[in-house]
Design a protein around this ligand. Sequence first.
Ligand code: OGA
Ligand code: MN
Length: 203
Amino acid sequence: MNPNPNQHSTVFQTIADALAGPGWLVIPDFLSRQQVDELRQLAQTRQAEFSRAGVGRAGGFGIRDDIRGDSVLWVDEHDPAMQAANARMAELQQSLNRELYLGLAELEWHFASYPAGAFYQRHLDQHREQDTRVVTVVQYLNAADWQAEDGGQLRIYLDEEQSVDVTPHGGTLVVFLSNRFEHEVLPARRERFSLTGWYRRRS
Ligand code: OGA
Ligand code: MN
């Protein structure tokens, strides 16, 4: 027998175990090369629909190049082009609820594009006490020739002393608890694509 390491149940179990343990995980090749290329091409086709990501909320909302330089396009849960990707994320949600009783009620996610030189300063995804983001999920959509030298690493701060840098190779998945880990996106020397999402519980 030659079990497929990317078989859903296996990889979902691995993710649940990691969230229950260290609280974060990186999985290379979570997406196949074909899935990566199709999703990146979809994002590129829809480039005109992206808008600059802001920081802050309500009165304090603004575009701040010195804090984050990406543009985003939110995923529509009924978008036929996203059916397979949405279905897989729904399966992961069910699996995490079953294994960890996280009470995840919904996924909100967006494509993100960082132009060369853009970055996202160190931050926490759960900003306020009442924030309902529980799990952060990032999938990289960069072309196969992305090199570590191209930059764009996600730096995850594990504690006061340690951090880990994740190179955004196409197909790599990063999962972490939204309220636990500060992180930042380092500047890249070419455009950097990802799909970034948050599983939320009900408020
Ligand atoms: C974010 C974020 C990380 C990444 O969008 O909040 O931290 O690697 N993204 O794109
Ligand atoms: Mn973040």
